[in-house]
Design a protein around this ligand. Structure first.
Ligand SMILES: [Zn+2]
Length: 100
């Protein structure tokens, strides 16, 4: 006979029996599953940050015939590179702390 495992949903307070997800609101009930999901979400977020590309208008500015626009484009492009590098670093840091 299987052991009855009743878990109270942390999100809506409904009691669920032998379920991994809340029957009422769909929240994840088991602690292990929650942790797995958290790690998955962080991996996804990290991949997104690393995939980040500068917006199109910056690329347009960089190939603009007017030099002032080109310089602005180059400036925005390097700012973007710095921002995404910091973002990637923070994402890595958060992941490293959570995984550790
Ligand atoms: Zn619930």
């Amino acid at each position: 006979m299987a052991k009855r495992r009743i878990i109270k949903c942390i999100s809506c307070g409904v009691y669920n029996e032998n379920l991994e997800f809340c029957k009422n609101c769909g929240a994840v009930l088991s602690f292990r599953k929650r942790r797995e999901q958290k790690v998955e979400a962080q991996k996804k977020k990290r991949a997104e940050v690393l995939k980040m590309q500068p917006p199109n208008f910056i690329e347009n500015l960089r190939s603009h015939p007017n030099m002032v626009y080109r310089i602005t484009g180059a400036f925005l492009y390097s700012s973007f590179a710095v921002v995404s590098a910091i973002g990637a670093f923070i994402a890595w840091l958060v992941f490293a702390i959570a995984a550790g």
